[in-house]
Design a protein around this ligand. Structure first.
Ligand code: 13P
Ligand code: ZN
Length: 273
């Protein structure tokens, strides 16, 4: 089968286009990676042509030997659906986890996203902590979350609690809360390591003054998580536009009742008074 006939490639393209439609991707902002299942890669094997090996810039040991569909560096999400074999590609990770080679797409000399170290270290951590279930890492530049990083303290506990209070479904969608990385230079190993440490505990990590990373088992869950967090941030900003005091809100005890009713664990560190 051709890559562009496979369900995983079509799902990847749809998610990229959804992100573009919702305004998460100005210019080349954002990137997406999907850890392809062995059965899926076998289905498209006839369409793969391995290129030269390159250095990743970090060692992604847990995903050595695996294949990923990724967006290209400098590629615009608005073009993914129009020219998927130029804006995206499939890479194979070397057996030592330190190198990659392009096996499909990224035509005309394109290369994988500059955030490949963050994607692969996050993919490694999420693969380990979910027993292999997590497959998608999504990064974009959503305006409301970025705006909040100029206003709220850059603290996991404060971001988590403020976002949970904005919509009753939030604590159910991300009971493990969100992590926050202070401002750092993007595109390298240092920010990749800082993010992946937070991904041990969270499925969403905010990069101050830059954007958001979300992780999940499939395209629906990952996009849904990202969208939920960004919408909660939008509501918080609407409230803050009007007042610096909430007249009423969802209280810590309300959150405890919600957790019992929906069978989720909300860590007590987020339920401070
Ligand atoms: P790329 O075009 O290299 O994926 O970079 C976009 C981005 O969002 C960097 O953080
Ligand atoms: Zn970015």
């Amino acid at each position: 089968m051709k890559v562009l006939e496979s369900d995983f490639a079509l799902g990847f393209i749809r998610m990229a286009d959804d992100g573009w439609q919702l305004g998460f991707h100005e210019r080349n902002g954002g990137n997406l990676s999907y850890r392809i299942k062995p059965s899926e890669i076998e289905e498209v094997r006839e369409d793969l042509t391995p290129g030269e090996w390159h250095d990743i810039g970090a060692v992604a040991g847990e995903v050595a030997g695996e294949y990923f569909m990724v967006t290209g560096s400098g590629k615009f999400f608005r073009n993914v659906a129009l020219a998927p074999d130029e804006a995206t590609g499939i890479i194979e990770i070397s057996e030592d986890g330190a190198g990659y080679r392009i096996v499909w797409g990224l035509k005309n000399g394109a290369v994988p996203t500059s955030e490949l170290p963050s994607h692969l270290l996050n993919q490694s951590v999420k693969k380990r902590v979910t027993g292999g279930k997590s497959r998608v890492i999504y990064h974009a530049h959503p305006a409301n979350i970025i705006a909040l990083t100029f206003i709220l303290p850059l603290d996991d506990k404060i971001f988590t609690r403020e976002l949970w209070e904005m919509m009753t479904e939030c604590p159910i969608v991300f009971p493990e809360g969100v992590g926050v990385v202070p401002w750092m230079v993007p595109g390298g190993r240092e920010i990749a390591e800082a993010s992946s440490r937070l991904m041990e505990e969270h499925n969403a990590v905010i990069w101050a003054h830059h954007g958001l990373f979300a992780a999940g088992e499939d395209f629906n869950l990952t996009f849904g998580l990202f969208h939920t967090i960004e919408k909660a941030a939008e509501i918080l900003l609407k409230v803050m536009n009007v007042t610096d005091k909430k007249r009423q809100t969802i209280t810590p005890d309300d959150l405890r009742h919600l957790a019992r009713a929906f069978n989720v664990v909300l860590p007590e560190k987020y339920l401070y008074d």
